[in-house]
Write a protein that binds this ligand. Structure first.
Ligand code: DP6
Length: 324
């Protein structure tokens, strides 16, 4: 039987201005735009092979995935099949070089790599905006792992124009993300359920109303390489999202004691003149952003904090790409 195969690689991204809440959950149309940078040292590699199997199958890091995880992948494969006019089932094999489900968004790199590998395997030659849109339908933050470097996901007016675009290439600003891993276990509530709870917090409306201001400050801080402005806005944006999470019903508390220890250490270092800033996704790990020139020092400082199990350092990364 004829098979069609392709392998793609994508990096996760860390959001500086966060995506939290949808105006349309099935289409993953966000209530606010978001800005992120890709993480060069972390990646997902995914091979999609159409044909040769009876049903869609998925392996992540060597383990078979069924149920909801497989359904979410099959939905993207279905869209690709529809566009390409094929009906072959696919085998999807995916490997991450970082821990899954630890607040280092594996869904972002995972769905970006899937969208690219699947469309390429099916013979579609999608341009970047179409790929970003396809990845978005799998996981909102995945839309930002398609373009390179520093990326903005525009909320758009609908499905067609809610896409991510690069606002600066990786070499524009040598920043690094030092991820202080305080919990490598799977989290209890995933982001998809979290987005649905966001409107139940009375703080979400204020967070969303102020988003254009934060986006503008963040975009400008990146373009002008202004670390002080970046530090202030990303910490405020992360704190706002966590305030919404903590005041949702049911409430979502992602922080662990070590999360607070890292936040305090970052604030203390900044007062002492070190260029460090924290941002936290839907998990307990703390992403500490700094100039690449300070990364070794930051890694050393963070790894001494009790409760920090590892510090993964990554410079700014490129976009999703096809591997030979
Ligand atoms: C806190 O993109 O993981 O990391 O679309 O349901 O897959 P789904 O959600 P997801 O949400 C990311 C939430 C966040 C903030 C961000 O990355 O912008």
């Amino acid at each position: 039987m004829k098979t069609m195969s392709a392998t793609a690689q994508a990096s996760p991204n860390i959001a500086f201005i966060k995506y939290w809440g949808n105006r349309h959950s099935a289409l993953r149309l966000p209530v606010n735009g978001s800005i992120s940078m890709n993480l060069a040292n972390l990646h997902t590699r995914t091979t999609v092979t159409f044909g040769g199997v009876e049903q869609d199958s998925l392996h992540i890091n060597g383990l078979p995935v069924s149920g909801k995880g497989l359904q979410r992948v099959s939905a993207i494969l279905g869209l690709v099949r529809q566009r390409a006019g094929i009906s072959l089932a696919a085998e999807v094999v995916s490997e991450n070089n970082f821990p899954t489900g630890a607040g280092i968004a594996s869904s972002a790199s995972g769905f970006a790599a899937l969208a690219l590998a699947a469309s390429q395997a099916a013979g579609l030659n999608l341009e970047q905006a179409a790929l970003s849109r396809l990845a978005r339908l799998g996981s909102g933050s995945a839309s930002r792992s398609i373009p390179s470097g520093f990326v903005e996901w525009q909320m758009g007016s609908g499905d067609e124009d809610s896409v991510a675009v690069s606002i600066a290439p990786p070499e524009h600003w040598a920043l690094a993300d030092c991820v202080a891993v305080v919990a490598a276990a799977e989290k209890d509530t995933g982001s998809s359920e979290g987005h649905d709870l966001a409107p139940s917090s009375p703080l979400q409306a204020a967070r969303v109303a102020d988003a254009p201001r934060r986006l503008e400050i963040c975009r400008r801080a990146i373009l002008e390489r202004d670390f002080t402005a970046l530090a202030e806005i990303i910490e405020q944006d992360s704190d706002l999202m966590h305030a919404v999470m903590m005041t949702s019903r049911p409430a979502l508390f992602y922080w662990q004691p070590a999360t607070l220890s890292v936040m305090a250490a970052v604030r203390r270092s900044r007062r002492e003149g070190q260029p460090l800033a924290y941002t936290i996704d839907a998990g307990a790990n703390v992403h500490v952003i700094c100039p690449q020139s300070h990364a070794a020092q930051a890694q050393q400082m963070l790894s001494q904090i009790p409760g920090v199990q590892a510090v993964l350092v990554s410079p700014v990364g490129g976009g999703a790409l096809i591997l030979p």
